[in-house]
Every structure is written in C-alpha cells, then in structure tokens.
Design a protein. Structure first.
Lengths: 299, 279
C-alpha cells in the first residue's frame, strides 16, 4: 500500500533496521535517567538556603554591632539601616528610579552595540584592522577619568550617565560575542557548506545560536558593570540618584543613609542580573541552560 | 533534487548505471601550501584515478595523515584539487557539492536543537518542505532505533545514539551519495561493532553509493564492496581489493579464513609501504 505523493523513497512502512533491541539497555538507561525525579525540589531548596544564609549574615552583623557597641557612624546595624530605608522611603524611591533607568538604558545600549561590534569585528577584516585597536584603547582610558569630560559634552542629565554606563559595560559583551562566534568547529562549517548553506544561513542557523551562551555570559558581566558605570557617573555630576545620595549622605556623616543606598543598589543589581539570566530562556532551550549552569559544576 | 526510488538503485546495485561511474576522479592530486613563509609545500595526495560505481560501498583505509580525509574533502568539493578533475554523476565538481550527505567522526549535532530539529536542519538549510521532511525524519529515526527520542537534546544521548542521528541527518534529503569520514572512530569497541552491523543492514535497504573512510582495516573489509588501501603521505592508492563476501555479513565472518585473507593482504601492503614495521 503506497500512498501517492508520500513515501517517495520507500522507507515509509519499514520496521526499524538499526534494531531497537540492540541498544535497548542503552536506551532504557537514558530514558530512565531522563524520567528520574527532576531536581526542582532541590532548586527550591537552593533559594531557601541562600535566604537563610543572608539572614544569618545579617544576624551576626546585628549581634556584633550590639555586642561591641560599634557606633552607627562606623557601621550601622542592619536594623538601623532598614529602619532608615523605611523612614526615608519616598526619598529613596525617588532616587532609585533615575539610577535604575540609567543602568538599564546603559546596559541595553551596551548589549546592542557590544553584540553588533563583536559580529562586525569577527567577520570584517577591515573592521578588525581599523576599529578593533581603537575599541581596545577605549578600554584602557580610565572611565572615571573621562566622566567629567562627558559631563562637559553631554551635560549633567541622563545622557552622560547612560554613556558612561554603556562604555564600561559594552566591552565584555563585545569580547564574549567574538569568542562565541569562534567556537564553531571547522567540520561544522564544512557540513553546512555541503548542505548548500551560504554565509548568511551559516551565521543565522549555526554561528549565532552557538555563540549565545558566551554572549549571555558577557551580558551578565556587562549588567554588573552597568551598575558601576551609573554610580560613577552620578558621583561626578548629578542632582539625583542613589550615587548622588551616597556622596551626599557621606558628606553629612550619615552612615545609615549611605548603607541604605548601598542596600538598595545591591537589590537593583541582583534583580537586573537575574533578569538577564532569566531572559536566556527566551532564546535557548531550558534543558541546555540547565546543563551548562555555571553554578552547578561537578567534580 | 534526486528523488529516485531506492528500488531502482538496488536493481543496479553493483554494476555502474549504464557503465557510467557515480564518482570519477582523474589525475586528482592535492598539495597544501605551507603556512610558514619559507616552509616547504606539503604533498597530501599524489595524482590518482578512481571510479566509484553507483550503489557501490567503497571503503578507504590507510594510516593517519595519508590524505584519506583530503580525498573525501576533494570529492565533496570542500577543497579544490591542485590538479585533475572530479565528476559526480557526470557533472564536474567545482565548489561545495551539495547533492550528497556527509557524516564526520564527530556527530556535530547542534546542542540547542532537539534530535528531530537536528535532523531537520538539513531541510531548513536546503529550503525543503519542513512538514513533509519532518515525517521522513521521524521514519529515519525510527529506522535507526531512536523513535521516542525526537524531543531529546543531544547531550541527553550516548555517543552511539548521537552518531545514528548524524546518519539520519545526512540521509534526510535522500542523497544519491553518502560520504563518511571515520564515522565510528570515536565510539567504544562494542558500540562500534553494533553500528557497523546496523549500518550494513541499513545500507542494504537501498544500496546507496557510500564512500567510507576508516583507519580500521577490519571495518574496511567488513563493510566494503571494494577496499582502497592508501600509502603513507604523500597518499596514493597502494592497492584496491574487491571483497567477495556474501551480504549481509555478520560478526562471525571476521573469523573466517576468507576474511583473514583480506586483512592479511592489507597488513602485507602496510608492511610493504612501511606503515607497519615487520617484526
């Protein structure tokens, strides 16, 4: 029985030729491993443990400050810090928003530019010989040192802060994109050539997806650096933002205020970092991300 | 695209179709220019002639560095020959030749694609109808004993299973020619025996033209209609053995005197050409 239009090569109705039984043990073992209770419970515990550990650190801090009667100017107790944040919540909120915007915008520009430049430098020998040395040199200028120049050029508004956050964050993204695009095996490219793939198809179907784990690793570093960039920019010239408030409170010898800003900065940074990590799932299969999870190295 | 029924391929199994070889090499050689400024050029292949008939299973055996992989790349059009001409199906090979499937020593599966999607990359790159090809991919995976693994990711499979997937990918578009570059060399001995057996049976269904490179002479004799024995670098054909053993060949055939005669002969050639040192 042959259905017209299908089965044009006669393999349709045949039984397995490479026998299932031959690799049955192999197959079964793998199936079992796959169906074994997954570690979702364990993952829940991982968060549980990190929360417990954080609480313990705060308790030791609190206890130490009280036991040795450390003055709040030197090191305020966590209870004092959280009380300060709560008391000045409207002020902190008003300063958290602009800083977060600076970080996010700086990071986004850095991600787009870093990936584009990484691709450009990887595939264009012209870009590699002309722009690349310039891009490297741009990283050797201390960003803190040129921040005042940007303020002169772009004013004390949002632009100069986004620019500095971008300048600090884009480099690891560009480098990791370049590294990612080079990890392809030569035979893999030959395989694609034999399928008739041109360089565009090879790039979209092979090089770019293969580079994604590296690109995301670079973006995670870039995210943390964007926080540094935004704060540095606010140190130089600003009239709002957590970085600005850090300097202000420090000038007032208001240590609880300083620590309150630090806590909020940390919280923003952690949330944004995990947002980047989570966004991987939009581009890569979850099982692959899990398999390549850096925090789960086994000996 | 070639859509011939395998039955018609099988009918013309060992004889070349109308006497025309499927693959024809004339005076083909390869010299690699040295990468160093004053280094000497490396002659990988001496000029050689070779005909491979339609439906023939040709194995090429030789030591590492004898130019057998170079030979395969030349046939696939992935390397230009220094001299000579290569025809496949009467058409000269200039640039990558696409009407074929290739299996390499590494499975080269894409880690981010499921098993089914890894097989279907062949259809995507070639712009073939995905739905029709998905059905065929499922059938091929079933044939190699991997039905039920379509949605797995490559890292969840063993080496042998992954190489089976690579074979399915190479055959998805039903190419008339299959090139294999030491496909089982990275596998453990038992898995290797199993895949060799299975692949023979698989091949016997449609008797597609296969060029199979190996450094394992037992594998070469077991699978080949003809075994091409290479000399050390610069590579050339030392001798061609026609293997007259009934198919399907089972593992026990390796212990028969006939089989031993062939392997003994290859050993002798290896000793004559200095690949093996006689004790």
């Amino acid at each position: 029985m042959s259905t017209p239009g299908t089965d044009n090569d006669g393999i349709g109705k045949m039984r397995p030729i490479m026998t299932q039984s031959s690799n049955d043990a192999e197959t079964r073992a793998i199936t079992l491993r796959h169906r074994a209770p997954n570690r979702s419970a364990g993952r829940g515990f991982r968060h549980f443990y990190s929360i417990i550990a954080t609480i313990i650190v705060f308790l030791i801090w609190e206890g130490g400050v009280r036991l040795f009667a450390v003055p709040a100017l030197i090191l305020p107790a966590p209870s004092v810090i959280f009380a300060t944040i709560w008391e000045r919540r409207s002020l902190y909120l008003a300063f958290t928003v602009p800083t977060t915007i600076e970080i996010v915008l700086g990071f986004l520009v850095a991600a787009v530019a870093g990936i584009m430049l990484g691709i450009l430098v990887s595939f264009s020998s012209f870009a590699r010989t002309t722009f690349y040395p310039m891009l490297i040199s741009s990283q050797l200028i201390p960003k803190v040192a040129i921040a005042p120049v940007f303020v002169i050029w772009f004013g004390t508004g949002l632009e100069s802060k986004v620019l500095i956050a971008f300048l600090i964050a884009f480099f690891p993204i560009m480098i990791s994109t370049m590294v990612g695009l080079q990890v392809i095996e030569a035979d893999m490219v030959r395989l694609f050539m034999s399928m008739g793939a041109g360089s565009t198809t090879t790039f979209i179907k092979l090089r770019l997806p293969a580079a994604l784990p590296n690109i995301f690793a670079g973006m995670k570093i870039g995210m943390t650096l964007a926080v540094v960039g935004a704060i540095v920019a606010e140190f130089v010239a600003a009239d709002r933002g957590l970085g600005y408030y850090l300097l202000y409170a420090n000038g007032q010898l208001d240590s609880p205020g300083v620590f309150g800003a630090l806590v909020l900065l940390t919280v923003i940074g952690v949330i944004l970092y995990y947002l980047v990590e989570w966004s991987q799932h939009l581009f890569m299969p979850s099982a692959l991300i899990k398999a390549a999870d850096l925090t789960r190295a086994t000996m | 695209m070639d859509d011939r029924r395998p039955s018609s391929l099988a009918a013309t199994a060992t004889e070349g179709a109308a006497g025309e070889p499927m693959v024809r090499l004339r005076d083909v050689s390869k010299v690699y220019g040295s990468l160093r400024r004053h280094g000497a050029d490396v002659e990988a292949l001496k000029p050689l002639d070779l005909d491979i008939a339609t439906g023939e299973f040709v194995t090429i055996v030789g030591p590492s560095g004898c130019g057998k992989s170079t030979l395969l790349s030349l046939i696939a059009g992935l390397l230009p020959p220094t001299t000579g001409e290569i025809d496949i199906g009467g058409r000269p090979v200039v640039g990558p030749y696409t009407d074929l499937g290739i299996v390499f020593q590494k499975d080269l599966l894409l880690a981010w694609r499921t098993i089914l999607d890894n097989v279907l990359i062949q259809a995507e790159v070639r712009g073939l109808d995905r739905r029709r090809m998905a059905a065929r991919a499922g059938e091929l995976l079933n044939l190699v004993g991997l039905s039920g693994f379509e949605e797995f990711l490559p890292h969840e499979l063993s080496g042998g299973m992954r190489q089976r997937v690579a074979i399915c990918r190479a055959l998805l578009h039903n190419p008339p020619l299959l090139l294999m570059d030491e496909p089982f060399a990275a596998l453990d001995a038992i898995t290797r025996d199993q895949l060799t057996l299975d692949f023979q049976r698989f091949w016997q269904r449609d008797r597609r033209t296969v060029v199979f490179i190996t450094h394992n002479l037992i594998e070469a004799v077991f699978l080949g209609d003809r075994v091409i024995v290479m000399t050390p670098r610069p590579g050339s054909i030392a001798e061609i053995l026609a293997i007259d053993l009934a198919r399907p060949r089972n593992l026990a055939v390796r212990d028969t005197p006939d089989f031993a005669r062939y392997t003994r002969r290859i050993h002798d050639i290896f000793i004559e050409t200095g690949i093996l040192k006689a004790e």
